[in-house]
Design a protein around this ligand. Structure first.
Ligand code: NM2
Length: 543
């Protein structure tokens, strides 16, 4: 077992923080829950605006980067082809960044907006229906994907352009923080990120497991109790542990490809045998509502509610702010992962690819699955709302799928898809957690290390599920992810600083693709000859 490669302070720090949060929750579940809930109300209430501003700023920044010179930089060497074809790239990106939660929310999110719309709109009114069709796409749309993409910029830049074999968030802020990232400050940054990810993944598990359990229940009649949920968690862990163990090219890529084909099949099936015309029209219409109200939605913080002029619904806190926070805790991980798979692409391709393919994928899920349920509600063929208020969301989701022709077969496929979706988020999470606790990653992180984090990812949520504290961990991590806002800012700054320095020195910035590597070689040669002539000190080309 190679242990020299491990960055022990980060490894142990992250583990201690995780134990430090979990053990008190196990010992004092009630008090722990109360504390975390208070922290959550405080954060989303007082800093909600900050999250919303962050979303918009990141979105604008990425659009800028994509169309600026910095966007033309090639990640890798001249003439190098992308390591993965675009289809596999998009599949892996989507499968890593999106987990089983999309199956959950795509099917049911509209029902919540329908009953509790924003902007002071009457619940269950015609106007509420309109918003219900558009809001899901907004929360899984361009701003969300921009949050995901930002960390990929500096990380991919340092990995493939400056060729530092370190996959860490701390490494990506070196241009701003300097060598301080080698000390405790760097460890804190990496630990915060790992903690956020562990909790964000906890949220995913907390949503995915009951839904899968309901699917199994509907197929077999076995009650969806704690025992079954634990069995499901363990099964998923087994699948993603094997996948993470097999590595990027075999495990993760294969599972992502299966995931994508299965998803395409289910979506295609619902679209064709379901209300095709209603789905197309409503989705298309929703895109119009979304485009028309993009900034209104991105800035809706319910300001008048605080003064009693509007009814205070808590809509922004429970939806937009919660979502941005959830995307945020996943972002450095997705950034690391996107960076890792983007060799051979330009920054522009990476940025636009993530935002466009990501959003398109989510539109398909929400448009097809969501509007299928909405159609049944509006035509009265299945009272989704009534069923949900009685049986809860997970059972309702499965029941909606159960309304399709070939019901049992479709529920089976849906359940399998949910399991694979969960596994593909978790295999890449363990892969990345393992990379972050290594001093360097040439090729792939160590196998035992990948397995260790695979089990850590599941073990804590499993324990907490038995105690009923999973929701607390989920909130805790989203609260704990707050400092990531600052880290995001540092990441953006760091990318601009480093790439601008390199571009200024580069001589082919006029061309459409900038090969930093090529001019670096030239520069070294020039420097050498200059040195020979002058015997002068070389300047540091990093600063
Ligand atoms: N996001 C995309 O469970 C999942 O789908 C993982 C969730 C951040 C809302 C990510």
């Amino acid at each position: 077992m190679k242990t020299k490669l491990i960055d022990w302070p980060t490894f142990i720090g992250a583990f201690i923080l995780l134990i430090g949060v979990t053990v008190p929750l196990v010992l004092f579940p009630e008090a722990g829950k109360e504390l975390v809930d208070q922290a959550n109300t405080f954060m989303t209430g007082n800093f909600g605006v900050l999250y919303m501003v962050m979303g918009l700023v990141i979105f604008a920044f990425l659009i800028y980067v994509a169309f600026s010179k910095n966007g033309s930089i090639k990640l890798g060497d001249e003439g190098e082809k992308p390591e993965f074809n675009t289809f596999s790239w998009a599949a892996m990106l989507f499968a890593a960044g999106i987990g089983s939660s999309i199956l959950y929310w795509a099917v049911i999110e509209w029902a919540y907006y329908y009953q509790g719309p924003p902007f002071g709109v009457e619940p269950e009114s015609k106007e509420a229906i309109q918003w219900a069709t558009a809001y899901g796409i907004f929360h899984w749309g361009p701003i969300a994907w921009a949050i995901y993409t930002l960390p990929a910029l500096p990380i991919a830049y340092f990995y493939y352009v400056r060729k530092k074999p370190v996959l860490k968030v701390s490494e990506a802020v070196r241009p701003v923080l300097g060598d301080r990232v080698d000390g405790p400050l760097g460890n804190v940054i990496d630990i915060l990120f790992m903690f956020g990810l562990l909790g964000g993944a906890g949220t995913t598990l907390a949503l995915g497991t009951p839904m899968i359990a309901e699917g199994v229940h509907s197929l077999t009649g076995i009650p969806a109790n704690l025992g079954m949920k634990s069995a499901i968690m363990l099964l998923c862990t087994l699948i993603f542990a094997v996948s993470a163990y097999s590595g990027l090219k075999r495990g993760i890529k294969v599972l992502s490809d299966i995931n994508l084909w299965l998803a395409i099949f289910i979506l295609g099936f619902i679209f064709v045998v379901g209300p095709t015309r209603f789905i197309s029209e409503t989705t298309f219409n929703a895109l119009g509502i979304l485009t028309d109200n993009f900034f209104k939605m991105a800035t809706w913080v319910e300001p008048f509610g605080n003064l009693g002029q509007f009814e205070q619904t808590g809509f922004p806190e429970s939806w937009t702010v919660f979502y941005w926070a959830w995307w945020l805790v996943y972002a450095p991980f997705v950034g690391l992962f996107v960076a890792r798979i983007s060799r051979g692409r330009t920054i522009r391709q990476m940025v636009l690819g993530t935002m466009v393919y990501g959003t398109l994928g989510c539109i398909l899920f929400f448009g097809i699955m969501g509007n299928f349920g909405l159609y049944m509600q509006l035509t009265g063929s299945f009272d989704v709302i009534g069923f949900m208020n009685e049986n809860g969301a997970p059972a309702t989701i499965v029941e909606i799928i159960n309304q399709l022709p070939l019901a049992k077969f479709m529920v089976l496929l849906f359940t399998i898809l949910a399991i694979i979706f969960l596994a593909t988020t978790f295999d890449s999470s363990s892969y990345i957690l393992a990379s972050v606790v290594q001093k360097n990653v040439e090729g792939e992180p160590l196998r035992w290390n990948r397995l260790f984090w695979a089990f850590a990812l599941c073990l804590m949520p499993l324990v907490l599920m038995f105690l009923g504290g999973l929701g607390t961990l989920q909130t805790a991590s989203i609260v704990g992810g707050f400092p990531l806002i600052i880290i995001m800012f540092l990441l953006a700054w760091s990318f601009m600083k480093a790439s601008n320095t390199d571009i200024r020195a580069s001589d082919d910035y006029q061309s459409s693709t900038i090969h930093i590597e090529r001019w670096k070689k030239k520069k070294r040669k020039k420097k050498r000859s200059a040195l020979e002539m002058l015997e002068d000190k070389p300047d540091n080309d990093d600063k």
